[in-house]
Structure formats: structure tokens, C-alpha cells
Design a protein around this ligand. Structure first.
Ligand code: GLU
Length: 562
């Protein structure tokens, strides 16, 4: 059966309309912007590793998609190393400064302040992790000199590039931006009009920051002139000034961690463990779904939409209660991914009826009693995935948290607002919240860079997405569509999104989903049909003679290879 599915997958892969660049023999980059993907491919062509290419791609993304990711933010990189046959992960998540306290986002009435009000400024800025993480990954897995990886971004920042569709739309359509002085200065003309698609945009200040890091390494970011600029921007933000210090920057450390892995039928799925909730939730959802036949998990079918949303409800219920930075709180990781526990959770799924709001389970592992957190959704993230000619694979999700992060800049780049990924309310109903803020702690994420292996342990596919907590469902839906539905990455990415974060069943409007809506309603779902979902999935799969990739049409992404 498994062999048949792989065969189907490969046949479909070859039969797919082969836009020349989406199939490649040796190496491939899938990223959210053509200039960024070109920078990555250039490094690969010059003999660089997937890690080298990821660094060049990230630096250009910072320039051309500044609202989504960059060196002022954080990231997770999942890496498959063909030499050792091992998968590892690099954690470049932002950490809370030493001054952070559990009540830092509470108002005078003891209640959490509104997330939108606490974001702009310095209070929400976590110590950025991208540069430290990239340097750590480069030291272990890079092949080209560090400074070389900066050349494409420095060139584009100094010479200028044509503003892309997403850049222009974000400036034009995000309300309230023009009142924010840094954004006004950076992304608006002196006459007050925003940069439009196709206009030439330069960022010499960012180029200078990149030159400093190219020359001095991560040290030039975490100390000296750049660090001073970051601290100045945070402490003297016009709204919500924060108290990050030079010491906080100097103390930041990226961490190499074991990824979390679990089975899906004959496949092995690996993704990011804490401080991301993504990997655990994906392993739970896939672990529940594998108990149902492949025939019931076909894309666009009623059974798939129903079963998927039910498994998702159960995983999200556990996520909000148990997941947080496991360096700070006791996360029952083994228990949450225990196959008997997951089977018990799957048994709660009624194939004919929506279960309503799921409650968290009791994983078979000692754990602290926590209250489930509440988390609003915001979007400022990007995902890239790269395979080099040695078979090294990088799946990396990178973020400044919400659009333009904290809406303040230093050195020509945006600073993140990732501290608002903590539960703003540290105690609920008399119980602590696992994801409450604390000094040095990393806020819970949903970012889920994922790599799947076949039954022989060979790389099969890699995927990830932006989108906040819905990331988990975006990634799982595409995994099921590729593994059970036999779809190519592009076909899976194009599917209209279906998700359930343990609330209403959200359907992205499309003929298929519109037709499912009344049927799901008849099964007891509260259905919300939405115009569009904010996925930005980018994926690559192995085919017999190379690779095939997919880029999300909801963004400006492309797949390039050779
Ligand atoms: N900050 C969110 C997280 O780490 C991601 C936000 C987004 O994807 O836009 O889960």
C-alpha cells in the first residue's frame, strides 16, 4: 500500500505541468520572493551548501520582504545532513530580556493589555536570534565564506531593486502605518505616498549593517555599534519603550536542539520542538490521522475535511495548555507524543459528527498543572526550503512576528514584536500559564519547518509556512495531501485551506470548500468561510531524477533550481 502511494506520488510529480523551474536535477530553492530565491540559487551554483544558500536567501528576504522576517527577528532551521544521516534543528528564537517579568503586559487593572496596543515600540521586542543562529549553522554546515553570503543582499540594498507586489500591498493596505515614524521614513516617499510596486527601492543603512556583520560575524551584531542602535531604538521607542540592554544582546545564544520526530504510516516526520509547538502538534495530528484509511483522507473530500479538523482540535487543545519553552517549564514532551496516548486521543474522533470544543488530554508523564493560554493571530513570517547537490536539506521558518514586527527599526531593519507571543496573561483561573513571560525565556511559537523521510530513511519532502498558530494546520494539510493524496508540492500548496484551531472550522473560499461548507454544517461544525488564508507554504519533494518544488500563490514566492 505504502509503495503504491509513493508510486502514485512520483507519477503525479512527473505528470504535473512542469513549469521549467519547478523541477530540477541537482539543487533547488523555494522561497517567498524571486530575488531572495535567486540569491540562494547563486550560492548553490557556486558550490555552496543548503545552509549557505539559506543565509543568502534570508538576508535578501529581509530587504525585499521587510514586513515578514530579518536579522531583527528570530527563526528555526531544520537541517538534514546527508553525511551523518541525521536531522538537527537550530533555535534562533528571540529571548526575553533580563528585565522581563510575568506581569509585563498587564494593565493597571491586572488584566492583559490589548495585543495591538502593546506591540508598537520597545516592550514587545525580544533579543533577535537570526544572526546567531545563521552563524552557528554556517560554522557547522557552511561551505562558502560567511562574507560571500552577504554579497547579493548588499548589492541589492545599495543598487536598489524593484518593489514587489507583497511589499507594495503591505505598505498600502496595513492601516495606521503612516503614524509610525520609522515606517514612514523607510517605506514612504517624502510626499507621504507609499512605495509602489515596480519603483526602485534602496536601503543603504541596511547595506552598512550587513557589511559590518559580513566582516565581524555575529559579534558585530550583538555588540558594538549595531547593538547600541538596537538598544537605543528599544529604550527610546515613541510608544511602549522597553528595557533591553547591551547585556541582553551580548548574552544571546542560538541553541542546537534535537528535532521532534514521529511516524506517519511508513514515513517519518520531523519538525521543530519547543520553544515551537509546531512539531509536537504535527506529530499528534499525523499520529491521529494515520489511524484512518488513506481513502478517507483524500484532498477536497468531506471525510478528510472532517477528520482533519477533529485531529486538529485535539492537538490545539494540548498545545495551548502544555507547550512552552521547555528550558523554563516542564513540558511533557514524551507523553504528548506517546503512541498509546495519541491513539486514545484519536478514539475521541466521531467520524460522523463534530466533537465541539476539545479539552486537553492527560499525557502519561508527570507534568505541572497549567491553564490553557489564549492567543490572537498576527502575521509577519516567511518560510524557505532548500536542497543542495549533496542532498543537504534546509527547512527554515523565520519571523518578525506581526507585520513589520514592533514597527520600529535599527540599522535599516525591523525589530520583532515576538514577546507578544507569550501569553500576555500569566495566570488564568488561579493557575499559571506555561507560556507566561519570564527573563531569558523564549515565547511559544507555531513555526513548523518540517522534513519527511521515506521508509528507508531517505529524504522525501520538506515544507513549512508562515501564518501564526494556523501554520500547524497549513503544514499538516499539505503533508496529508502529498503523502495520502499523491499531490505534488505545488498542487498541495494550491489547495484551498481548511483549518480548525479548536473553534470554528475555517474554510478558505473556493468551489471545493464552498461545496463542503453545508455538509460540514450538517455534521455539527460551525463553519466560517473566509476569503483568503495567510499561508505562505514553500516545499520541495524528491522525485526519481531530482526535485520538484512548490511556492504559495498567496505570496510572491518562486521555486528555482538547476
Ligand atoms: N510569531 C508567530 C509564531 O512564532 C508566527 C507569526 C506568523 O507566522 O506570521 O508562531
Amino acid at each position: 500500500m505504502a509503495l503504491l502511494r509513493i508510486f502514485l506520488f512520483l507519477c503525479l510529480a512527473f505528470a504535473a505541468p512542469a513549469a521549467a523551474q519547478t523541477v530540477a536535477k541537482h539543487e533547488m530553492v523555494a522561497a517567498a520572493n524571486p530575488l531572495a530565491a535567486e540569491a540562494g540559487l547563486k550560492m548553490l551554483k557556486e558550490g555552496g551548501s543548503a545552509v549557505d544558500a539559506a543565509i543568502a536567501t534570508q538576508l535578501v528576504l529581509n530587504l525585499v520582504e521587510p514586513e515578514s522576517s530579518g536579522i531583527g527577528g528570530g527563526a528555526f532551521m531544520l537541517l538534514f545532513d546527508p553525511k551523518s544521516g541525521k536531522t538537527t534543528s537550530f533555535d534562533g528564537r528571540e529571548s526575553a530580556p533580563a528585565s522581563a517579568r510575568p506581569d509585563m503586559f498587564l494593565g493597571p487593572d491586572g488584566q492583559a493589555r490589548n495585543k495591538g496596543q502593546v506591540i508598537p515600540g520597545g516592550l514587545s521586542v525580544g533579543v533577535p536570534g537570526v544572526v546567531a543562529m545563521l552563524e552557528m549553522a554556517h560554522k557547522k554546515h557552511g561551505r562558502l565564506p560567511w562574507a560571500k553570503l552577504f554579497e547579493p543582499a548588499i548589492g541589492l540594498a545599495e543598487d536598489g531593486f524593484p518593489v514587489g507586489r507583497k511589499f507594495a500591498n503591505t505598505v498600502a493596505r496595513t492601516s495606521g502605518l503612516a503614524r509610525l515614524p520609522d515606517i514612514k521614513r523607510a517605506f514612504y516617499h517624502p510626499d507621504g505616498t507609499p512605495y509602489r510596486e515596480g519603483e526602485t527601492y534602496k536601503n543603504p543603512e541596511f547595506a552598512a549593517s550587513l557589511r559590518a556583520i559580513a566582516k565581524g560575524g555575529a559579534k558585530a551584531f550583538y555588540s558594538g555599534n549595531l547593538a547600541a542602535k538596537i538598544v537605543e531604538a528599544v529604550q527610546h521607542a515613541p510608544e511602549n519603550p522597553g528595557s533591553m540592554t547591551l547585556g541582553d544582546l551580548a548574552n544571546y545564544k542560538a541553541v542546537e536542539r534535537e528535532p521532534v520526530c514521529g511516524p506517519y504510516r511508513d514515513y517519518r516526520v520531523c519538525s521543530m520542538g519547543p520553544p515551537s509547538s509546531g512539531g509536537v502538534a504535527i506529530i499528534q495530528i499525523m499520529g491521529m490521522l494515520q489511524r484512518f484509511p488513506v481513502s478517507e483522507l483524500q484532498p477536497k473530500s468531506l471525510s478528510e475535511a472532517h477528520l482533519f479538523t477533529q485531529a486538529s482540535r485535539l492537538a490545539y487543545a494540548d498545545r495551548v495548555k502544555y507547550l512552552a519553552d521547555s528550558d523554563f517549564v516542564n513540558v511533557p514532551l514524551t507523553g504528548l507524543m506517546d503512541s498509546t496516548y495519541i491513539a486514545g486521543r484519536a478514539a475521541l474522533i466521531d467520524p460522523a459528527k463534530d466533537m465541539g470544543v476539545a479539552t486537553a488530554g492527560t499525557p502519561p508523564e508527570k507534568h505541572t498543572r497549567y491553564a490553557p493560554q489564549k492567543s490572537p493571530v498576527l502575521h509577519g513570517t516567511s518560510h524557505l526550503t532548500i536542497v543542495d547537490r549533496t542532498g543537504q536539506v534546509v527547512s527554515m521558518t523565520t519571523s518578525v512576528e506581526s507585520v513589520y514586527g514592533a514597527k520600529i527599526m535599527a540599522g535599516g531593519f525591523m525589530l520583532n514584536n515576538t514577546l507578544t507571543d507569550f501569553s500576555l496573561q500569566p495566570v488564568l483561573n488561579g493557575l499559571p500559564v506555561a507560556n507566561a513571560p519570564a527573563a531569558g525565556k523564549r515565547p511559544l511559537s507555531a513555526m513548523s519547518p518540517t522534513i519527511v523521510f521515506d521508509k528507508d530513511g531517505k529524504f522525501l519532502l520538506s515544507v513549512g509556512s508562515p501564518g501564526g498558530p494556523p501554520i500547524i494546520d497549513y503544514v499538516c494539510q499539505s503533508l496529508v495531501a502529498m503523502l495520502d493524496g499523491g499531490l505534488t508540492p505545488q498542487q498541495a500548496i494550491d489547495l484551498p485551506r481548511q483549518l480548525n484551531l479548536n473553534g470554528p472550522t475555517m474554510l478558505e473560499s473556493s468551489p471545493a470548500n464552498d461545496a463542503l461548507a453545508p455538509q460540514l454544517t450538517a455534521m455539527g461544525h460551525t463553519v466560517r468561510v473566509v476569503t483568503s488564508e495567510s499561508s505562505g507554504l514553500h516545499g520541495i519533494a524528491r522525485i526519481p531524477d531530482g526535485y520538484i518544488g512548490g511556492a504559495d500563490p498567496r505570496r510572491d514566492g518562486v521555486v528555482l533550481g538547476d
